[in-house]
Unconditional design. Structure first.
Length: 412
């Protein structure tokens, strides 16, 4: 269990290094400015939680993890952590560049209270997981960032911590090792260990974490279920972009863009043309988007993105991604247009899904969001006509060939 009360971390910023000494010696007026990287943090994290921490750069996320790891001390408040903590913070943290990988393993394990004999017992599993058997006796300064990560993660998880802290480290790993890390973290999760993860990969946070905290400017501004907090984060990130756009009705779903065109609503229809939010696998689905043209614009591209309820990106399409792309220009404001997309056979398997609406300016340099509306509409696929599992329905053909023991397969 992790408990904080009025937790804060203050740094003193000096205009010149000499000012620090002058301030101490002369006892004159303050020559520094105070910067609170984290302040007034009240947070409770239960044992066994998979806890995500998100927020923009400079929000205080890494400062909080350094406090948890014991790298720095609080300036105010209290922090209680039950159990031993292992952390993967900035790459290279806890490693001496001139020591070999093997020496750094012994150093890091010693900091966790392990004897040399205990580390010897762990070494084979660390080498196997990191896949660095041929490089373990080279100086760390010769390692790539990916090799740093592999060794750091292998050591941090080999010591069997009660609390594992990962600060954006997985972003530098390749897909193979990233999957190994996620599998190891899932094993820890099943064992009831507490995992804290800082990441800008919102899909991973949504899928892996049971709770998420949102930090901004050194303060906790939200904590709760992943969907709720991720929505809050996206709205916060894009509020500057939407400030100049026309005022939209309040919505719980994140939305941003320059605002020349705005989606008014979505309508989903079945094969009979009836408006509905429930469909069957392999049956037609029609998406109709009603858009308002608020200002003249050129090169508008309309699209619909389909996601499963857990955030898995299922499918995305627009009228420009075709052999013969279509360009839409709207020279006058005040027009209302209807964009229609038909799926003759909806190949999705049973579950809950949602649709994100997009309108981008594709022809004015780098594509710019005119109206991007996350989770604008939800729908479900029923269980009635398929026994398959997963996301997509796929045709399959099965055969069984039996061979009797002691007989040739071609014999009667």
């Amino acid at each position: 269990m992790i408990q904080t009360s009025n937790l804060g971390k203050r740094y003193c910023i000096y205009g010149h290094p000499f000012h620090r000494i002058l301030e101490t010696v002369t006892w004159k007026k303050s020559l520094h400015q105070e910067f609170w990287a984290l302040r007034n943090l009240y947070l409770s994290i239960d044992q066994g939680a998979s806890f995500g921490i998100i927020g923009p750069n400079g929000a205080g996320k890494s400062t909080f993890l350094k406090l948890l790891s014991g790298i720095t001390r609080p300036s105010e408040g209290t922090l209680t952590v039950n159990g031993n903590v292992s952390s993967i913070l900035e790459l290279g943290t806890g490693f001496h560049p001139d020591f070999s990988g093997r020496s750094n393993v012994y150093l890091n394990c010693a900091l966790q209270g392990y004897t040399r004999e205990q580390t010897d017992a762990l070494m084979p599993s660390i080498l196997a997981f990191s896949e660095l058997e041929h490089f373990i006796d080279l100086p760390i300064r010769m390692y790539s960032t990916g090799m740093y990560l592999r060794l750091a993660f292998a050591v941090a998880t080999a010591v069997n911590p009660d609390v594992l802290i990962v600060d954006e480290a997985l972003a530098v790993g390749d897909e193979h090792f990233r999957n190994k890390c996620m599998n190891r973290m899932n094993e820890f999760k099943q064992q009831g260990k507490t995992i804290l993860m800082v990441s800008h990969d919102l899909a991973t946070v949504r899928h892996f974490c049971s709770q998420v905290a949102l930090f901004n400017q050194g303060r906790l501004i939200g904590c709760g279920a992943p969907d709720e907090i991720l929505n809050q984060y996206l709205n916060m990130v894009h509020q500057d972009k939407t400030a100049a756009a026309p005022v939209r009705p309040a919505t719980e779903n994140p939305r941003w863009g320059t605002g020349e065109i705005q989606a008014e609503r979505l309508i989903l229809r079945n094969a009979a043309g009836q408006e509905t939010a429930l469909f069957d696998t392999n049956q037609p689905m029609v998406i109709e988007g009603i858009f308002n043209i608020n200002k003249p614009t050129t090169g508008a591209v309309f699209g619909f993105l389909l996601y499963r309820s857990d955030g898995t990106y299922v499918h995305g399409s627009n009228h420009y991604w075709h052999k013969n792309p279509v360009r839409f220009d709207f020279p006058q404001a005040g027009e209302k247009v209807q964009v229609r997309c038909e799926y003759p056979e909806l190949r999705l398997l049973p579950g809950e899904y949602y649709i994100t609406v997009t309108c981008y300016n594709q022809f004015d340099g780098f594509p710019q969001a005119v109206d991007h509306w996350e989770r604008a509409h939800r729908f479900a696929v029923s269980q009635r006509y398929t026994d398959q599992h997963g996301i997509f329905f796929m045709d399959s053909y099965w055969e069984l060939e039996r061979t009797h023991p002691g007989r040739d397969a071609n014999d009667g």
